[in-house]
Design a protein around this ligand. Structure first.
Ligand code: ADP
Ligand code: ADP
Length: 226
């Protein structure tokens, strides 16, 4: 079943057409990598699907419900509750221990700190973070920090996880570890994954790859049978 869909997405910045009519669908447990040259519209597509950028034309649907016309407050609540986000780096709060960083989305929803931290801690073993619960982000390696960010993206059991260059700041070996954990853990929760990456080896861990060029889909490949 389709969780998230964009149909006929168009986004312009002045005379620049960032998206020129894009159609994309992701299903439960589906992982989709978006690749393409710099400036081709990858980030704009991810941000449009995530309700951060409003398209000029077209529709975005979450579980069949149109969200592209929603107001800012409703969209930001939707992003908090139904979406998880992993960015390139620098997304953890430096003064909080790893377990509280991972628990933040639940705390923002009003879950008491103790309960939120207990739920976040369940992710530490599967993500290879056992024993690092109390570390501050400054005391974590780049790969460990990204794994805490994955725990945070998944802790509220979102429908979709959006990852924007999640391995962009990591070396090749750490990138492989992080993308394996990201795809595996996201699939475990039943969420869909939408990831922008420049790295073909990272993209190959996803079920499907969309190639974007000049704001259009220029190619689409399947790595595994869904
Ligand atoms: P990519 O992620 O593939 O590098 P982007 O989606 O960031 O591409 O950008 C697509 C095009 O839209 C580029 O030409 C970029 O310069 C332009 N663009 C993106 N965001 C803005 C913005 N906020 N204002 C003006 N132009 C933008
Ligand atoms: P990426 O290539 O990974 O998208 P950029 O540094 O190009 O990263 O873009 C970072 C942010 O700046 C994005 O949110 C994008 O929308 C915005 N942006 C990109 N191009 C422009 C532009 N020409 N003018 C204004 N904002 C832009």
């Amino acid at each position: 079943s389709t969780v998230l869909a964009g149909h006929g997405l168009v986004k312009k910045y002045g005379s620049t057409t960032a998206l020129a009519g894009v159609d994309v669908e992701v299903r439960k447990r589906d992982s989709l990598a978006i690749m393409g040259p710099s400036g081709s519209g990858k980030s704009t597509l991810l941000h449009t699907l995530a309700g951060i950028i409003r398209p000029d034309e077209g529709q975005v649907q979450l579980r069949g419900e149109r969200i592209d016309k929603w107001g800012e407050n409703r969209l930001s609540a939707l992003r908090r509750k139904r979406f998880g986000f992993v960015f390139q780096f620098g997304q953890l709060l430096p003064e909080l221990p790893a377990e509280e960083n991972a628990a933040l989305p639940l705390m923002l929803e009003g879950v008491p700190r103790k309960d939120a931290v207990a739920r976040a801690r369940r992710w530490f073993a599967p993500l290879g973070l056992e024993g690092l619960e109390q570390r501050r982000p400054g005391q974590l390696s780049g790969g460990q920090a990204q794994r805490v960010a994955i725990a945070r993206a998944l802790v509220a059991e979102p429908d979709v996880v959006f990852a924007d260059e999640p391995t962009g700041a990591l070396d090749q070996r750490t990138s492989t570890e992080v993308v394996q954990l990201l795809t595996f853990a996201t699939r475990e929760t039943g969420a869909a994954l939408v990831m922008v990456t420049h790295d073909a080896d990272v993209a190959a861990h996803c079920d499907r790859v969309l190639q974007v060029r000049d704001g259009r889909i220029s190619g689409h490949s399947h790595f595994t049978v869904a």
